[in-house]
Design a protein around this ligand. Structure first.
Ligand code: SAM
Length: 334
């Protein structure tokens, strides 16, 4: 069926502008404010500059970072059943698409006519679209550059009223606080029509030591990924963080069921944050850079239900808490 389609045009990239509530403060102002607030935080989106993207790709290959391996095993085992649930001839919306490689599973299955990558990292997205378009010339590759914290917007209209598959792998949903995760899923649902589907991967809690190792590997790749964010902040704010004055820490917060990545000051220090602001840190004080919520099956199903999905199917493999959920909608509104 795909071979009858005309050859696709060059990838188009649409850029979403910050909505008024966010535009009032620039990204730099927001970043400075969260560093000076309590607790001190750097939003995880800042982790993905060019070096961060390369380091993230290396993380996915680490023996300790079991998430991609378990996800692959689940999809490998259950893909035939999933393909029966998913629309064919679809537009695949790859949320937080990164290198886009995980989407190849659906492209190779021949169910995708158009791929739309959605990511904040424009250079990474452009490269992924270029590579994808060269590999799958019969599929249309397009992209949307946006910050998902602004709410999900898709400025690229459906072509030919094709069904859409929202593909959100990697348990990236766990990087959002539960209320924001529900809101993001609800936005996806609001953009869906009957016949569309969501495929969502969600990591669950396993033995704490295993989870901590996954975010604090022996080779120090995750540490380098985390510390690199200070270089991003230096560029964005004209700040003078010295990464050598910090160490990476991953901890499991059992009450919240999340892994927290911290940057811990190894000595007392004053950091110039630009715009006349200074951050004073005592030795041992930390900055939070990422939360990765680990949602049990029950909690993940609740997130989906609260976002208005029903008829959800969960796919997993024995002995692992990771789940891949396929959800459709019957009605346009919850
Ligand atoms: C953990 S990586 C996952 C990449 C890929 N989907 C995978 O599973 O391997 C998270 C991706 O989300 C993107 N991202 C992070 N925060 C974002 C935000 N606020 N808005 C849009 N994209 C974001 C990053 O640039 C990165 O590509």
């Amino acid at each position: 069926m795909l071979s009858t389609l005309p050859t696709a045009h060059a990838p188009r990239i649409a850029r979403v502008a910050a909505p008024p509530t966010f535009a009032a403060r620039s990204g730099a102002q927001q970043l400075r404010a969260t560093l000076l607030a309590s607790p001190r935080t750097i939003a995880p989106k800042w982790l993905y500059d060019a070096r961060g993207c390369v380091l993230y790709e290396a993380i996915t290959e680490l023996p300790e970072y079991h998430l991609p391996r378990v996800e692959r095993a689940i999809l490998g085992r259950h893909q035939p059943e999933m393909l029966r649930l998913l629309p064919h001839g679809a537009e695949l919306i790859d949320i937080g698409s990164g290198d886009g490689l995980k989407a190849r599973r659906w492209l190779d299955a021949g169910i995708v006519c158009r791929y739309i990558g959605v990511d904040i990292a424009e250079d990474w997205l452009s490269e992924a679209l270029r590579r994808g378009q060269a590999r799958y010339p019969q599929v249309q590759f397009d992209g949307v550059v946006t910050d998902l914290n602004w709410g999900l917007q898709l400025p690229l209209a459906r072509e030919g009223n094709r069904p859409r598959i929202f593909w959100y792998p990697g348990s990236s949903i766990g990087n959002f606080e539960p209320v924001a995760a529900t809101a993001l899923l609800a936005q996806m649902r609001a953009l869906m029509q009957p016949g569309d589907a969501l495929v969502l991967a969600v990591d669950g809690p396993v033995e704490p030591a295993r989870m901590v190792r996954a975010y604090d590997d022996a080779a120090g790749v995750t540490a380098a990924f985390n510390l690199n964010v200070l270089n991003v902040v230096n560029r964005e704010l004209g700040a003078d963080f010295d990464p050598a004055g910090f160490r990476h820490r991953a901890v499991f917060n059992a009450d919240a069921s999340r892994i927290e990545m911290h940057l811990v000051a190894t000595r007392a220090q004053s950091v110039d944050l630009g715009a006349g602001r200074t951050l004073s840190l005592t030795a041992g004080e930390h900055i939070v850079t990422e939360h990765s919520y680990k949602h049990s099956a029950e909690r993940a199903l609740r997130l989906l239900r609260d976002a208005g999905f029903n008829g959800v199917q969960r796919f997993d493999i024995e002995g692992e808490a990771y789940g891949v959920y396929v959800a459709g909608i019957d009605h346009a509104k919850p």
